[in-house]
Design a binder for this molecule. Structure first.
Ligand code: XIL
Length: 349
């Protein structure tokens, strides 16, 4: 009996080691070139995905718990505990930590817009609240969070002034962007400060983003980089247009980061898959490899963050995407490596 147990254990160790050898660490493969990050919820630190996180990634970002609605749900009543867990994990495991995000129209708490008498908050009050939020959050994680997405999705290329017509704009004009960067810089002068957005490769969007960023630079605003969300699909956009966009911002002397990478199997807005899943997973592997090659060719780009770890947890099957069975990440629902993983690994060679 004992001998059989020992044999089983030995066999178990062998299988585990073999699995580890077949799936070398992505973080190690890219070491010295790119940080490899993942967006996570605190629950994922102890879920079935935790070993993958520890093996393949050397950077994390909060998928949700640092967003303003989550971290300051009521004015002055901060909910730091979930974010603290992530920061403690990053520090304990020697991983880098990105901060996401200090301002986003979709996650601004409602209290921001009303004053004590229940009237619409004034410009001055909103900017004072923004200052207090940023000082508190950036100040708390000073030295622990090395880069912040200061503003998220503020560009709207359909507006003549390129800025999203939201409550931030309605209340403060374009001041909120500049001030958010200034407040963040004052709270942690060493933090790298990013303007983050999606579809940054689309010409009109890119031109708008460039115009806004140039304006910030001209006014001496401490903006250090552009965050490209990179929620792409197997089919689009082209790597050439992504490359061009990265070049546009590199020429301005800015850093680039890929901040929310995932590769959907679905065509834009499609409700069903256009091919067999097996075929699409193969194409996805090629796509990850092609993307990583472009990123590696950009010396100003030093970090790529995936928006999740494995297909068992991805935003692309919820909310507006409910009903889909998307598999956009590097590992499958059983945490096994996919062609996407192999593609990413091979691109580092
Ligand atoms: C998403 C999260 O993944 C979801 O869990 C949440 O319900 C909504 O936000 N762009 C961003 C991210 O900048 O913050 C979004 O994250 C995905 C799109």
């Amino acid at each position: 009996m004992i001998r059989r147990a020992a044999l089983t254990m030995l066999l178990g160790t062998f299988v585990l080691n073999a699995a580890a050898q077949e799936t070398p660490s992505l973080a190690k493969a890219y070491e010295g070139r790119l940080k490899i990050g993942a967006a996570i919820e605190p629950s994922q630190l102890t879920s079935a995905e935790a070993p993958l996180l520890a093996t393949h990634f050397n950077s994390i970002v909060a998928e949700n718990v640092m967003k303003p609605t989550d971290i300051q749900p009521k004015e002055g009543a901060y909910n730091f505990a979930p974010a603290d867990k992530l920061v403690a994990y990053a520090q304990g495991s020697g991983m880098a930590m990105r901060g996401h995000t200090l301002l986003w129209h979709l996650r601004t708490p409602e209290w921001m817009w009303t004053d004590k008498e229940g009237k619409p908050a004034s410009r001055d009050l909103v900017l004072a609240r923004l200052k207090s939020h940023i000082e508190t959050v950036v100040g708390r994680y000073k030295g622990a969070v090395y880069a912040w997405d200061v503003v998220n999705e503020v560009i709207d290329e359909k507006q003549p002034n390129c800025l999203r017509k939201d409550k931030w704009f309605a209340t403060t004009g374009d001041a909120y962007i500049e001030q958010a960067f200034r407040y963040a810089h004052a709270a942690d002068p060493k933090a790298r400060l990013y303007i983050n957005d999606y579809s940054t490769d689309e010409p009109a969007k890119r031109q708008c983003l460039e115009r806004i960023v140039k304006g910030l630079i001209a006014r001496g605003v401490p903006v250090h980089g552009v965050g490209h969300q990179m929620h792409v699909s197997v089919f689009s956009p082209s790597v050439e247009s992504i490359d061009e966009s990265l070049t546009t911002f590199a020429r301005l002397g800015l850093e680039n980061q890929v901040t929310e990478l995932d590769v959907s199997l679905y065509r834009y807005q499609a409700k069903s898959l256009s091919d067999t899943e097996a075929k699409l997973l193969q194409l996805q592997g090629e796509r990850y490899a092609a993307l990583m090659k472009v990123f590696l060719a950009h010396p100003e780009l030093r970090a790529v963050t995936l928006w999740g770890i494995s297909d068992s947890h991805t935003w692309l099957n919820h909310g507006e995407y409910e009903g889909r069975h998307d598999s956009p990440l590097l590992f499958d629902r059983q945490q096994k490596p996919k062609p996407a993983y192999t593609g990413m690994l091979n691109a580092a060679k």
